[in-house]
Design a protein around this ligand. Structure first.
Ligand SMILES: [Zn+2]
Length: 460
């Protein structure tokens, strides 16, 4: 495996993070989506026909979902009958332009604790600049539809959104003009041309978001490494960069599989898409089961500044999220701490002890610089401003490193595997982390509370 130059950046990462108001409140059953999506890049129009099975609480009078603010609902049926619904402006945040909050009245009697909704809607996305497109942004959105490219993810609420970070089931059909290359969440079932349209169908039985990325200019490179297919899509990345990246993905995948066992990679394929946007979410971008979407523009900018630029840090972190994705709401720090620490252990394996110490020293330096009143890991909010980022990613990593030093490598990595096996496909918070790891630490269990509850920088 080629040695990678490690870049100790403090990138602004918005990886899995979406705000807490989209999080499920302990809802277990997955929402099941069957979407037919027609996209017109020239006009920017998106039209969707959706059939959705929605779990509802017993006795509930209504349910709510978010939908992109400018979309118009043309039809909404529950159990095949016209439904009563209204919509109010939803909560917005920097990365999420204001959605509409749709409130639907439930029938008086339901046969089961779920309801079937048919919904038809269409519209054009609000025009908001990509993240980082200007220095004085009030809001940012990477989701876009234009004649260069399409990118859709949970950030725009382009599909009815009930929760975020809990499992959803997906069947998806996307129609784009002939010649466009489409990459979506899950496994590709079909790709055909009909009446001048490129039709693709996808299935993902256990996902957390619905991604659609498309461009008429995508080139595809396929590799098979470590028992997994790796597909890379890009429009203008240098070949040598792509070849090096495949080795990195394969190496990190093998290392993490050895340590934690197999994970959910739909169809045994990892898709890494260099979305041809100019700016957008930083570092390696966003990660969903089996799929990573990175800004091609940002990566090319970094390469122009430094020909040895490598995405190793970002890629290793994102690959680790294929396992570490079950922390929900405030507990999202669990995903980030483990993904980040597993990146640093990949550095230890690939580049050696000295490089590993450089990574840890950077974490320590950043964490020492935190103000004394910064919330503890047990209370850090689910967001990525500069302070919360250092707590969630770096202080969390240093806690895991401390647990590893106390337990020793064998026990620590066995415990990681057992933690991941126990909570795979579920949603947990800080409390589950605390209980699990205190149990593993035995006589040293106070260490877990010390790390979780200390405000400010390093607790010792
Ligand atoms: Zn992450």
């Amino acid at each position: 495996m080629p040695c990678s130059k490690i870049h100790l950046l403090t990138p602004v990462l918005f990886l899995l993070a979406l705000p807490a108001f989209l999080m499920a409140q302990g809802k277990a059953a997955p929402t099941s989506y069957d979407l037919r999506v027609r996209i017109e890049p020239a006009s920017g129009n998106l039209a969707v026909l959706a059939k959705i099975e929605i779990p509802v609480e017993p006795g509930a009078k209504n349910f709510r979902f978010n939908l992109h603010g400018t979309f118009v609902i043309k039809k909404l049926l529950l159990e095949g009958k016209d439904a009563i619904f209204s919509s109010v402006p939803g909560e917005a945040s920097f990365m999420l332009p204001p959605p509409q909050r749709v409130i639907v009245t439930l029938p008086a009697v339901l046969a089961q604790n779920k309801v079937h909704m048919d919904i038809e809607y269409e519209g054009r996305l609000k025009e908001v600049g990509e993240f980082g497109a200007s220095s004085d942004q009030k809001e940012a959105m990477d989701d876009q539809i234009n004649s260069r490219m399409v990118e859709l993810a949970g950030y725009s609420s382009w599909y009815p959104q009930f929760t975020f970070g809990t499992p959803l089931q997906l069947a998806l059909e996307v129609s784009l003009p002939q010649g466009w290359i489409t990459i979506c969440s899950g496994k590709q079932l079909e790709n055909r041309v009909k009446e001048g349209r490129e039709i693709t169908r996808w299935s993902s039985p256990n996902d957390i978001d619905i991604l659609v990325v498309a461009s008429p200019h995508f080139k595809k490179k396929t590799f098979r490494e470590a028992g997994t297919n790796i597909e890379i899509y890009h429009t203008q990345m240098p070949e040598a960069f792509i070849d090096n990246e495949v080795q990195q993905i394969a190496g990190v995948l093998k290392l993490t599989t050895d340590r934690l066992g197999e994970t959910n990679i739909p169809a045994g394929t990892i898709k890494h898409v260099y979305s041809p946007k100019r700016k957008g979410q930083g570092a390696a971008g966003i990660s969903r089961p089996g799929m990573i979407v990175t800004s091609e523009g940002r990566t090319l900018d970094s390469l122009a500044q430094d020909p040895h630029f490598s995405l190793f840090q970002g890629i290793a972190h994102e690959v680790a999220h294929f396992w570490w994705n079950f922390g929900a709401d405030q507990g999202d720090w669990i995903n980030e701490a483990f993904a980040e620490y597993f990146f640093s252990t990949a550095v230890q394996t690939v580049s050696g002890e000295q490089a590993f110490q450089v990574v840890l020293d950077n974490y320590r330096k950043q964490v020492r610089g935190l103000p004394p009143d910064v919330p503890s890991l047990a209370n850090v909010p689910f967001m990525n401003d500069k302070v919360a980022f250092v707590v969630r990613y770096y202080k969390g990593s240093l806690m895991l490193h401390s647990l590893r030093q106390t337990l020793g490598d064998d026990k620590f990595f066995q415990a990681c595997r057992s933690f991941s096996d126990t909570y795979k496909g579920k949603s947990i918070g800080t409390q589950e982390f605390r209980t699990f790891w205190k149990d593993r630490l035995g006589d040293h269990k106070a260490l877990v509370d010390t790390w979780l509850d200390a405000k400010g920088g390093l607790p010792m």
